[in-house]
Design a protein around this ligand. Structure first.
Ligand code: MLT
Ligand code: ZN
Length: 466
């Protein structure tokens, strides 16, 4: 594998232009710029070229051309990734899937719909709702995040507690291997156990095994009656106990999230909003229920059984959205305050409070003066550790947090992916035998190592390119 040199740059540009048309090979500094820096501003690199194919066939030919020339490729969807995996590290071709925006008709009998990798989550949601169904996945960057990226990272979001992560939504997909081979698993058959489940393997592989070009998405029932409640708590220690009462009592449970008071204050300052609760407390749980018939009574009873008396309940859409704003705006409020280190981790629920209590000290030791903000998806044990005030390139605090996660029996990546941000620490939770199996799979599917090099598997941990 090599980077594009000045000598072969023009030749590659011509070869790619022959596939996608000259207007979709971006060589100009200004045109390349938006594809080269990630959403947080922490990860950036120079792309040799940006190429924008129109469909899976063109993606296959672009990859074949890069494979033949041993040119590394970074696939990119909505560029909302948070682990540095969708922007170049230096000299790669950025393969933008944004033009793969075809959205097929909803097949109501199977409850499935086919969509191109460049379709945004918001577009899928609205398309599904028009057909009386729902996407079953939601998160704050819905207007920009695209389905190819969702599949590539096995994204989670706020509804995973009910519907699982994106992998559970995949009825099939089309993906292209490094050499241009097309994997077409779009039969939509729920039961199809013939041979290895390549689609399941590609989901969550972060563009290192194949490039996802189309998805056959399993929709879920649309549940129009909704209620949300913000529950103030004395601390996260109370959250797991609350969850233990609510989960079995609420068949309508759709989301259960947590935030802490300093994060709430940051959001209030950022959005110029008053507090959503009459009395401030150290922690808050945001719960949403969804059903065909109004779940308000069910939620009130469950909260009563948990001894909660001071929940702020939102029954209409505007009020619910107002409560959600305090949770969802954490990401933008944090980024408005600086360039964060973002560590998306998961810990077993019984360790969550202990982990959260120990994180600030671990960060302070590695990065004195830095500020830690925690929030996340309580029902999934998924904690978003955000650190402001540390140099973007300093890995010490990342390592400290990830070591603490491993010590708590957790995972270093819950829903954002390993990317390049955490590849060096995969060994903390995956033993050598498993890492060797991953490297063997990578070498088998991408023998020249051109697909998203440096993401998931740290440089040097994969087999040398053939
Ligand atoms: C969220 O849960 O809001 C997203 O994962 C984004 C983030 O962690 O900043
Ligand atoms: Zn999240």
């Amino acid at each position: 594998m090599r980077h594009v040199t000045d000598v072969d740059h023009a030749e590659l540009a011509r070869a790619l232009a022959a596939v996608v048309g000259p207007g979709h090979v971006l060589a100009d500094d200004e045109l390349r710029a938006p594809f080269q820096t990630d959403w947080t501003g922490r990860f950036a690199g120079r792309a040799a070229l940006v190429v924008r194919p129109a469909d899976g066939g063109e993606v296959a030919r672009v990859l074949a051309a890069c494979h033949e020339r041993r040119i590394p490729v970074v696939p990119q969807g909505g560029n909302t990734g948070l682990v540095g995996a969708s922007v170049p590290r230096g000299g790669e071709v950025v393969l933008s899937l944004a033009r793969l925006g075809a959205l097929g008709p909803v097949d109501r009998a199977s409850g499935q719909v086919e969509a191109g990798a460049g379709v945004t989550l918001a577009a899928l949601q609205s398309h599904a709702r028009d057909a009386g169904l729902d996407a079953g996945v939601d998160f704050a960057s819905r207007d920009s995040a695209t389905l190819g990226g969702l599949v590539a990272t096995d994204a989670g979001g706020t509804r995973a507690v009910r519907h699982g992560t994106v992998r559970a939504r995949i009825a099939g997909l089309e993906a292209i291997l490094a050499d241009g081979t097309v994997i077409d698993r779009r039969s939509g058959l729920l039961k199809d156990n013939a041979g290895y489940a390549l689609d399941a393997l590609i989901a969550g592989s972060e563009g290192t095994l194949a490039v996802v070009t189309r998805v056959r998405w399993r929709l879920v029932a649309r549940l129009p009656a909704r209620v949300a409640a913000l529950v103030p708590l004395g601390g996260l220690g109370e959250a797991a106990a609350l969850l233990a009462v609510l989960r079995p009592a609420l068949p309508s449970l759709e989301a259960i999230e947590f935030l802490l008071d300093d994060g709430l204050q940051l959001v209030m300052d950022h959005l110029h909003l008053p507090a959503p609760v009459p009395e401030r407390r150290p922690a808050y749980v945001l719960v949403e229920c969804a059903a065909r018939a109004d779940p308000t009574e069910e939620l009130a009873e469950a909260l009563g059984a948990a001894g909660v008396q001071d929940a702020v309940v939102a029954t209409d859409t505007a009020e619910r959205e107002r409560l959600w704003r305090f949770r969802e705006a954490h990401t933008e409020a944090i980024s408005a305050a600086g360039v964060p280190h973002k560590l998306d981790v998961g810990v077993p629920l019984e360790r969550l409070a202990d982990f959260a209590a120990r994180v600030p000290a671990a960060v302070a030791e590695a990065a004195p003066g830095a500020r830690t903000i925690l929030f996340g998806h309580l029902g999934d044990g998924n904690v978003h550790v955000n650190v402001l005030g540390a140099p973007p390139g300093d890995p010490a605090l990342d390592e400290a947090v990830l070591r603490l996660v491993a010590a708590c029996g957790g995972t270093i990546s819950a829903e954002h992916g390993v990317g390049v941000a955490k590849a060096a620490w995969l060994h903390l939770i995956r033993p050598p035998g498993e890492l060797a199996a991953m490297a063997a799979i990578k070498a088998a599917l991408d023998p020249r190592g051109i697909l998203n090099p440096g993401a998931v598997l740290a440089p040097g941990s994969a087999a040398p390119p053939r």
